[in-house]
Design a protein around this ligand. Structure first.
Ligand SMILES: [Zn+2]
Ligand SMILES: [Zn+2]
Length: 351
């Protein structure tokens, strides 16, 4: 299911099955998650605010192009004899393929590599019945995990896990509060992953009451509708002292959510900006110093973090995000539903 023209419906195209060479591995796709960033890539740009955009074509992506950066699949052929033992085995594919030699890669920020070959955002991805992976090191054994959950770990789960790891979670107690902004696929996954990593209580925000109900069902301690006037006051009602919350994880990423997050942080608090909704934000500067606030960006995660997360899930981390499956041919419906905000949890396509 390919982008033929930016913003236009994906089209089902048929090509000859690729033949892997060298280190390459060919997998038949078993499932592929649909991610909110697929919407932006499909549209052809990210919104930078103030009428400015970041066109996807500036990354060298030219249609026809196959979306899908959350695939799991079974190895069906390999480029070299020494990999033949992999044939028939199923793997989660780490899609954030990096160059390993640029400055970012050398300092352990491979997810912001200068010359990436990301599956589903730079090279053809998993909205397909086959996908090529450049090397076996990007394959992660997910034995024991449901494939429909496993695929969501490589972006949705990983993004949440990496964002949470940037906070000093071990030092937090039950008296501390974390705010999760947005109860979509990421925000819901964050509830279970955060609960596994910290004792702090979770306050979850969303516009949609149905999503907040799911949030409560899967473990949110408190929920706040962001449609009410002054939601920051409601958040502060759940804070045990008058100081504010230890950290906010913003899985929406727009002007209003950053303003909200910064307004409830306690001194020394951290706002983690993750969501790619887009826009621009004007900031009062003195409070950054007076309150020693931290604003950090977090983008997906490293291969090591992805492996850690898979191990945590194998070891009992129960991610209860609702998952619905759709046949691959319904990819356009999956994208439209996500755009209209009617998806509760995560959608997974199956070829
Ligand atoms: Zn994604
Ligand atoms: Zn690199």
């Amino acid at each position: 299911m390919q982008i033929i023209e930016w913003g236009q419906p994906l089209q089902l195209r048929e090509y000859e099955t690729p033949r892997p060479s060298g280190d390459q591995i060919l997998l038949s796709v078993e499932a592929c998650g649909v991610c909110h960033s697929d919407l932006h890539i499909h549209q052809g740009f990210f919104d930078l605010g103030g009428g400015k955009t970041f066109p996807v074509s500036s990354r060298g992506v030219v249609p026809p192009f196959t979306l899908g950066h959350e695939p799991v699949g079974k190895v069906i052929s390999v480029g070299s004899k020494d990999q033949e033992h992999l044939i028939g085995k199923s793997f989660l594919i780490y899609p954030w393929i990096n160059c390993e030699v640029c400055q970012s890669c050398k300092v352990g920020m491979s997810q912001v590599c200068d010359a990436p070959k990301i599956i589903g955002t730079r090279v053809d991805g998993g909205y397909s019945d086959h996908v090529v992976v450049p090397h076996k090191k990007f394959l992660i054994d997910y034995t024991g995990i449901d494939p429909y959950l496993a695929c969501t770990l490589s972006c949705s789960g990983l993004t949440v896990y990496s964002a949470l790891k940037k906070l000093n979670l071990e030092s937090l107690t039950e008296a501390d509060r974390l705010v999760i902004i947005g109860a979509g696929g990421l925000g819901l996954a964050a509830i279970n992953i955060a609960k596994f990593m910290t004792k702090a209580k979770l306050i979850v925000l969303d516009l949609d009451d149905a999503k907040l109900e799911i949030a409560r069902d899967i473990g949110a301690d408190f929920t706040v509708s962001s449609s009410i006037d002054e939601p920051q006051n409601k958040i502060m009602e759940f804070v045990s002292d008058d100081n504010g919350v230890a950290a906010c994880l913003d899985f929406v990423g727009m002007n209003q959510t950053m303003a909200l997050g910064l307004s409830v942080l306690r001194k020394g608090g951290t706002h983690v900006h993750v969501g790619l909704h887009g826009g621009a934000h004007e900031l009062s500067l003195p409070p950054l110093s007076f309150k020693m606030l931290k604003i950090i960006g977090s983008y997906v995660g490293t291969l090591e973090e992805c492996k850690e997360l898979v191990e945590l899930v194998k070891g009992g981390l129960d991610i209860k995000v609702p998952i619905r499956t759709l046949p691959l041919e319904k990819a356009n419906q999956a994208i439209e539903d996500l755009r209209n905000g009617v998806v509760a949890g995560r959608t997974v396509l199956t070829p």
